[in-house]
Design a protein around this ligand. Structure first.
Ligand code: PHE
Length: 346
């Protein structure tokens, strides 16, 4: 037995351990219930009493040595921490490249941040929608051209000839989210809905079949066109600079009456005229108007008590202006050389 103890002592003192896996093997081999030292204590029971004193001391010493070595190695490994090979092998190697946000996300977050400062919440809804939320409840006539296959991607249609509120399609604007908000929440409502929308357009430098919008909705008692104008002026000045001027031109949307298109003065040429503003000095940035009473009624909101305004804008265009990107397709290709150039606080 004494020989066994001595050989284990040598083995323990010579043991080389460089990671937590090896340390665990060490523990199992020497210190576990079924380990070598435990076995020796079993054997110890059967040795003649005359040998017990000496062997007992030796055996205890062996156990103590193994324990001390184990504790020493364990604290050493912990100090070395993740530097040891047993660290997370999937961690990115030094030097780290923190990711950058997509330019569309940066501009979207900037728009959200501006409206949240004046009390707008953020609402989201499904990209796969039904005709009812995208068109019917928004006062689109059954034969409205926007419902046409030329503009809308249908997933399933009840009939080939006529549109039905049950048709399933990819939303063409995020006004559908506003319908959902009006259906489940009663006024006052003050919300914006950012999201991805789809229209059946040929892809070019200036158009894409997928793009992003932020639409806004404000409904309460006594909301007027003046409130709409002032809200949009605040937005334009926060977004495009404090000296920005806006102009509202009459327009048409089925879901607003009256409707308008908002322009901001062209910051690229300072109003002198350039090819970005097509020599008008103004850039078109959003559509807006007072929510049509028929829309309120379709969503069970009393149109004699409540009025509201709505607006909607694309994100790609302001992002193109902000970053001087002249081809929309770059936003969708996910080329790392393009994406790496953006950084932001948003
Ligand atoms: N939904 C319109 C669009 O997609 C934008 C809009 C929203 C216009 C709200 C007026 C009011 O172009």
């Amino acid at each position: 037995m004494i020989d066994k103890i001595n050989s284990l002592l040598t083995e323990i003192s010579e043991a080389k351990i460089s990671n937590s896996g090896e340390l665990e093997m060490f523990r199992i081999r020497f210190l576990s219930k079924k380990g070598l030292i435990s076995d020796l204590f079993e054997e110890f029971r059967n040795i003649p009493p005359s040998d017990k004193k000496v062997l007992g001391q030796k055996l205890n010493m062996l156990k103590q040595t193994a324990l001390e070595k184990y504790n020493f190695l364990r604290s050493n490994l912990a100090e070395a921490g993740s530097g040891s090979i047993s660290g997370d092998l999937t961690r990115p190697a030094f030097p780290y490249f923190p990711g950058t946000r997509h330019p569309i996300s940066i501009v979207r977050n900037e728009i959200i941040s501006i409206f949240s400062r004046i009390g707008f919440t953020v609402s989201e809804g499904p990209e796969i929608e039904d005709d009812d939320h995208v068109f019917t409840k928004l006062n689109f006539a059954p034969e409205h051209p926007a419902r046409d296959m030329q503009d809308t991607f249908y997933i399933s249609r009840i009939s080939e000839e006529d549109s039905s509120p049950d048709d399933i399609l990819l939303r063409t604007h995020t006004s559908s989210v506003q319908v959902r908000v009006m259906q489940k929440q009663k006024p006052p409502i003050r919300t914006i809905s950012p999201g991805r929308v789809f229209r059946n357009e040929a892809i070019s430098a200036r158009a894409h079949c997928i793009f992003h919008q932020v639409e806004g909705l404000y409904i309460d008692e006594n909301v007027s066109f003046a409130d709409l104008r002032q809200t949009l002026l605040f937005f334009a000045r926060e977004m495009y600079g404090k000296d920005t001027r806006i102009r509202l031109r009459p327009s048409y949307f089925p879901f607003t009456e009256p409707s308008a298109e908002m322009d901001v003065n062209c910051t690229i040429c300072g109003g002198k005229g350039c090819n970005v503003c097509k020599y008008t000095g103004w850039l078109e940035v959003l559509g807006c108007g007072m929510v049509h009473p028929a829309v309120l009624e379709a969503c069970d909101i009393d149109s004699r008590k409540y009025t509201g305004f709505a607006f909607g804008m694309g994100i790609e265009r302001p992002a193109m202006l902000k970053y001087q990107v002249n081809d929309l397709r770059l936003y969708f290709e996910n080329d790392i050389r393009f994406l790496q150039q953006f950084s932001s606080a948003f």
